[in-house]
Design a binder for this molecule. Sequence first.
Ligand code: SF4
Ligand code: MG
Length: 318
Amino acid sequence: VFDVSPPWLNRVLERKPRLLLHAVDGVSFSIERGKTLALVGESGCGKSTVARLLVGLYEPTRGGMHFDGQDAHAAFKSAGGRKLRRRIQMIFQDPYASLNPRWLVQDIVGEPLREHEILKEGPALKTRVGELLQSVGLSPLDMAKYPHQFSGGQRQRISIARALATQPEFLVCDEPTSALDVSVQAQVLNIMKDLQRERGLTYLFISHNLAVVRHVADQVGVMYLGRLVEVADKAKLFVSPQHPYTRMLLAAIPKMKHAGEARTPVQGEVPNPLDPPTGCTFHPRCPHANARCVAERPPLQMLRGIQVACHAVEEGRI
Ligand code: SF4
Ligand code: MG
């Protein structure tokens, strides 16, 4: 079980200390081993911040993360931190930016093996790199090529092979298919699902795309302006979304089965996180907002069998 809770204060703007930015605030969830929790939301909602917290690239100002029963942020800093880093790996959005263009694939995929002193340079390392490439549907012969010799989808497979090198248990995937064509996205997502089944991997999967989330998630957390507004099993969330923001996101996805059916585009813009709205931060965009919504921030609570932060749901108005 992983648990990430309260805020990470991004930075204090010195001249305007009032404008303290909580990139992520009061975000708390757990992920069951072998399952996928997807975090969805528009850009700037804090999803990537959560990802970076989970792999130890950022430190929380408050709260923390428990990985397999241990305090991960304390462990990251301790002598045993490297061991934990092996077990938690990250896949980034942009395979173009995250692969060193001057390195051969064998050096890219082999790097974590050398870095974590799992294998030294030599035939055993090459064999292992070949196996890793095969596990993502590439050929061992591809190790002698450079990243530019591959398509976008193949490059993301190389990133996945690299992430798997240390035999991690938990993969934090930040928009892993967002830079890819739709047809290629499905291939990469299927590889990730196969790997999860074979290896019992646990995923935190970040996406702004609910169609992708529907394909991969067991549970879904919807984020808005650095907070979770709804957490539910995938089946529940897609069938009966509760939070008005989740409803808005769902209404905006084209329905494959009913081609041509009108979809409702997402209304309004994400407010400036430096100057968030009062009360429920979604109120300027919400069709159900009332005076209480403007004044009072709704807590994330169990309502109708899911976790949701909305006064209208609590009051049974929607
Ligand atoms: Fe809308 Fe109010 Fe619910 Fe916020 S609390 S989502 S403003 S109804
Ligand atoms: Mg992001």
